[in-house]
Ligand binder design. Sequence first.
Ligand SMILES: NC(=O)c1ccc[n+]([C@@H]2O[C@H](COP(=O)([O-])OP(=O)(O)OC[C@H]3O[C@@H](n4cnc5c(N)ncnc54)[C@H](OP(=O)(O)O)[C@@H]3O)[C@@H](O)[C@H]2O)c1
Length: 287
Amino acid sequence: MLNETYTLANGLSIPKIGFGTWMIDDEKVADDFKNAIAVGYRHIDTAQAYANEVGVGKGVRDSGVAREDLFVTTKLAAEIKNYDQAVAAIEESLKKLDLGYIDLMIIHSPKPWAEFQNDQDRFFEGNLAAWKALEEAYEAGKIKAIGVSNFEEADLQNLLDHAEIKPMVNQVLAHIGHTPFDVIEFSQKHDILVEAYSPIAHGEMMSNPQITDMAAKYGVSIPQLAIRYCLQLNLLPLPKTESVDHMKNNADVAFDISDSDMAILKAINDFDYGVNSEIPVFKRASK
Ligand SMILES: NC(=O)c1ccc[n+]([C@@H]2O[C@H](COP(=O)([O-])OP(=O)(O)OC[C@H]3O[C@@H](n4cnc5c(N)ncnc54)[C@H](OP(=O)(O)O)[C@@H]3O)[C@@H](O)[C@H]2O)c1
């Protein structure tokens, strides 16, 4: 499964399962990614906000795998909504990662995190300004693909209507218990690959009884069921783990969830994020 790829609208191949790095320390992420590479992962997801781009770059450089065989995504900070700051921040990511180029760079959120629950201002102008900086870096060959994250239909439409280049990726919160079918369908209709972040609901899926029963039925772990669910919806899951056993488990997903069981899993929509409910992305999903 780790050597399978999707193809982005511009023809770029992207490995079907990525390695998430939110909350992995800069000092530790290089070793974790080296372990992941040994398991077979070839795709890593970082962000300016994770403060671990230096470590991710080191992990890639020290991996022993050719640069062109690895896929590195980073994200433009959600708070940056003007052109000059976006240009500077893109240059900073290029410098911190120190990999020659970035495979994919995405706007982390249409709204700064402090405004994430607020739908009054969607920052349309600011997103177009940040997007222009990404388009220019893409055209200069510094970034191989560009996209967005946490964009809803109106945010995507703003770019589709006014930008030169269409986003190639939309990375959204998507997992069993919270599958935003509207934005997934809208994105896929526009040839925008949808990536599923927090595919294991940031770890909270482990305590959901209905999902536990379904995993037992297939003789797989809950994360395996969760990752397979994403793949069967043509989503690109980004599981995060610091454990080598979990890295192997999360990649061992060559089984089929039946159509009837997919329908049951798709219908679960009352997810409780427990202790993580106050994190902006989970708080919004709980509204
Ligand atoms: N664009 C955005 O706004 C955004 C937001 C959130 C996340 N993301 C991206 O998506 C990635 C994944 O999301 P996430 O970090 O929220 O969490 P996640 O991948 O949904 O879940 C991670 C949790 O599940 C555990 N886990 C993973 N595999 C397991 C296994 N096989 N068995 C048992 N436990 C397992 C991990 O613990 P161990 O480490 O102990 O295995 C960790 O506690 C992030 O790292 C980030 O790259 C993006």
